[in-house]
Design a binder for this molecule. Structure first.
Ligand code: HEM
Length: 302
């Protein structure tokens, strides 16, 4: 149709996503129709987000039921919104841990001491202080989604948190934004704001989360749903998966650090700030993040 390589590529990606979503959807639907036994034998044993959504939809009243094509569309949203974001957050965490072996060691020790070779229960996992601090600091400094865009529905006067000086030397306290203006919301800029986070705002310091946050942070009135940060946005369209993603990060980090060590490779990794940031080597458009992975010598055999 449209003779442009990029458009054709996008079309093919959308096609793959649709076919795979359809395949998973049909398998889940079939299992649900066959009963609990079949559901229990599936990936996720019926506890995964799609099985729960399908089950809720079967039980919903006629007027609340989602049509099948909407469920399929929700799958693409979950894949895009939930997978790339969290995998990016995890990739960044592993990169940083490979650059800070002492932090990696401290984190591994915390995990090994708490787990003693057994899988960690939910409460124990979420209350590991250093793991929590590492995740928070990474999500602050390297928010996978750096900015989002919004369009004003009406004329608004936007107050500024700090006055700025205009080219004419006058102090400006607010800005008039006319209806239908596209506004970029700088999530990362807010997370790294020195007036809020201090002079070391651009440094990765998990320790900052281990003592009470300064008044400039707690009193900042940042509208984000998570830790005075904008990483998961705020308001009615904030991320619905923010708790889930943190748990996922912690589970994966616990499992990986208990068994493996991570060190920097000699290939330089660049982070591309697209919709969701991703790692790449050189100028390649393909995501890749080489790391040297070794077996942790003290690992308890599985
Ligand atoms: C570190 C991981 C994640 C980050 C940084 C993140 C960030 C965000 C951000 C910034 C938005 C707002 C986007 C916008 O409105 O333009 C958003 C929305 C959303 N996120 Fe996440 N997300 C993460 C993980 C997840 C996970 C694991 C799921 C699902 C299981 C998820 C599901 C969604 C959905 C469905 C929306 C749209 C909500 C709406 O428009 O009402 N996200 N996320």
């Amino acid at each position: 149709m449209f003779p442009h390589k990029g458009v054709q590529q996008l079309k093919s990606i959308v096609g793959v996503m649709h076919e795979r979503s359809l395949e998973i959807f049909q398998l889940k639907k079939q299992a649900l129709e066959q009963g609990d036994e079949a559901v229990a034998h599936q990936v996720g044993e019926g506890k995964d987000i799609m099985s729960i959504l399908l089950k809720a939809n079967v039980e919903a009243s006629q007027e609340d039921k989602l049509p099948e094509e909407e469920i399929l569309a929700q799958m693409s949203t979950f894949i895009l919104a939930g997978m790339d974001t969290t995998s990016t957050a995890l990739s960044i965490t592993l990169t940083i841990l490979s650059q800070h072996p002492e932090v990696q060691e401290k984190l591994r020790n915390e995990i090994l001491e708490a787990s003693k070779g057994e899988p960690l229960e939910y409460d124990a996992l979420v209350s590991l202080p250093y793991l929590d601090a590492v995740c928070r600091e990474t999500l602050r400094l390297y928010a996978p989604v750096a900015q989002v865009f919004r369009e004003t529905r009406e004329d608004v006067v936007m107050p500024l948190s700090h006055p700025i000086r205009g080219v004419d030397g006058k102090t400006i306290h607010e800005i008039f934004v006319p209806k239908d203006t596209v506004v970029a919301v700088g999530l990362l800029a807010s997370n790294r704001n020195k007036a809020i986070w201090g002079e070391d705002a651009e440094e990765w310091k998990p320790e900052r989360w281990l003592s009470p946050l300064p008044g400039s942070v707690t009193g900042s009135k940042i509208p984000g749903i998570y830790s005075n940060l904008m990483t998961f946005l705020g308001g009615g369209r904030a991320c619905i998966g923010f708790k889930f993603s943190q748990l996922e990060m912690k589970v994966v980090l616990c499992l990986l650090l208990s068994k493996f060590t991570f060190a920097q490779s000699d290939k330089k990794v660049n982070w591309v700030l697209s919709g969701v940031r991703f790692p790449t080597v050189g100028n390649s458009p393909k995501p890749s993040m080489p790391l040297k992975v070794g077996l942790y010598k003290g690992a308890v055999p599985a």
